[in-house]
Design a protein around this ligand. Structure first.
Ligand code: SAH
Ligand code: DHB
Ligand code: MG
Length: 216
């Protein structure tokens, strides 16, 4: 039994979603406003967000790096899982996304726990100090994942938490002819992560597949 897992279907996802803490009214409002502003609805799934919050609470993380802000959903949900004095540093390249997120973070309950860095994560991450964070969440351009992982292995200390979104490549992981231009990059990254022996990791099948690991 334990060597052959239960096949998880859409019905299981529906079931677990109905039994997991979902979005509060302010997050629902943020999503509505983001859609109205023409921002793509590619934030993490609420059950995945809950799982990430549980991991952050368990780890006692104080400093978190969030690569790819979009509308601020992951930054706000992660910040809510941090103790007093905790901080999420969130990075966003696209001005429209950064402007939207800045405004919504400002009026959120965790404004004092989030710092938004507008610009290219490829240029911003190298300015972060070595061993200065306890956790990271990678969710920006997939062709950058290898570089972001390398940088976060420097920034996040021993015992730190690694989370990486979209291991299932937007549902195209096993597609014969993937349509998303980022699917090959996800496939390549998954092989790199699987061989990265400094991180003990596993793909958790929530949302679009989320790598979770601990730096050893
Ligand atoms: N983590 C967010 C979703 C992020 S979507 C959430 O769950 O709420 C990916 C975001 O990464 C997009 O907003 C995109 O503009 C941004 N992005 C893409 N390339 C980037 C780069 N090089 N540096 C920083 N942000 C980038
Ligand atoms: C896309 C990107 C994401 O990070 C995600 O979670 C879902 C979709 C995309 O680029 O299509
Ligand atoms: Mg994603």
């Amino acid at each position: 039994m334990s060597d052959s897992p239960t096949l998880v279907t859409a019905q299981h996802f529906q079931y677990l979603m109905e039994r997991t803490r979902g979005d509060d009214p302010s997050l629902k409002e943020l999503k509505q406003a983001a859609k109205a502003a023409g921002i793509p609805s590619i934030w993490v799934n609420p059950a995945q967000a809950s799982f990430m919050q549980i991991l952050l609470k368990l780890s006692g993380a104080m400093e978190v790096v969030d690569v790819g802000t979009l509308a601020g959903y992951s930054a706000i949900t992660m910040a809510r899982a941090l103790p007093k004095g905790g901080r999420v540093c969130t990075l966003e390249l696209v001005k429209k996304h950064a402007d939207f997120a800045r405004a919504w973070i400002e009026k959120s309950d965790v404004a004092d726990k989030i710092e938004l860095f507008e610009g290219n994560a490829r240029e911003i991450l190298p300015t972060f100090e070595t061993n200065s964070a306890d956790a990271c969440f990678l969710d920006a351009d997939k062709s950058g994942y290898e570089f972001y992982l390398k940088e976060c292995l420097r920034i996040v200390g021993k015992g730190g938490l690694f989370m990486v979104d979209n291991a299932f490549a937007f549902g195209e992981l096993f597609a014969d002819k993937p349509t998303d231009p980022e699917t090959p990059a996800v496939r390549r990254f998954n092989e790199i992560m699987a061989k990265e022996h400094r991180i003990h990791s596993v793909i958790v099948p929530l949302g679009d597949g989320c790598w979770v690991g601990i730096k050893e």
